[in-house]
Design a protein around this ligand. Sequence first.
Ligand code: ATP
Ligand code: MG
Length: 263
Amino acid sequence: MEELVETIPPDHPRAESLKIRHRLTEGYKKGLVVEAGLIAHGRGEAFDYLIGEQTQPYALKAIKAAVAHLLLAKYPVISVNGNTAALAAESLVELAKEVKAKLEVNLFYRSKRREELIAEALMKAGATQVLGVGEAASAKIPELQSERRKVDPEGIFKADVVLVPLEDGDRTEALRRLGKTVIAIDLNPLSRTAQTASVTIVDNVVRALPRMVEEARALRKVPIDELRQNIENYDNKQVLSEAIAHILERLAELAEKGVLLSL
Ligand code: ATP
Ligand code: MG
């Protein structure tokens, strides 16, 4: 399979996107990623295409607020599913270290094997502890029907701030109802996850997570009051509007220029 990546010409306009796909299909073959995860990625890709496959200013604003929340949290937890583990295990582990957060496996399609594979991928990337595996996921988020309701009493259950890269709308809402601050990374600014999170980073997890690590290193040196100010001044509704406006303006510009030559 390695040869396949090597055959993607570096000047291919979708080279980066194809490499990301390859990571996911490899994750699928290993058993980390499920079929539905591949489809979910496709929905994300479509939005990434519209956004321009680059981290935009509204995402940087959200990243700053998100990292401020994580640094100020009493008990921050990062929720990890199959796609994020396959795409960004190293960044997840680095971020957890920088903001002193716990890592917890949380899956829509739970199986013992997948839990273990994901935990293993995180350990291989340098994690020292992974919550939510097997019997450890013994607490439940009320009102939620899917397997994602199962959480670790020492993790998401007791967290005040939860980072949920690639989340499902139902659980984002349920976590908010429990009074938690929810940070989502979602390429679709219209999804229920994006619309109901406290802070929504409209960007690809592959770009957003390494940026969050950099931001955490920078913001760790900033006085607490400044971090608090950053959170107070943050307006997620505004950020989502900016994301939608960006897509609108970009498409309008492309429509005017004649799309094909400018892509
Ligand atoms: P919701 O449940 O929040 O209404 P949905 O049902 O439309 O959303 P899901 O199938 O639950 O979507 O989850 C897939 C979501 O993850 C999509 O919104 C998609 O944009 C996003 N997504 C997929 N891959 C990535 C990625 N690599 N980076 C960021 N977001 C992604
Ligand atoms: Mg959904």
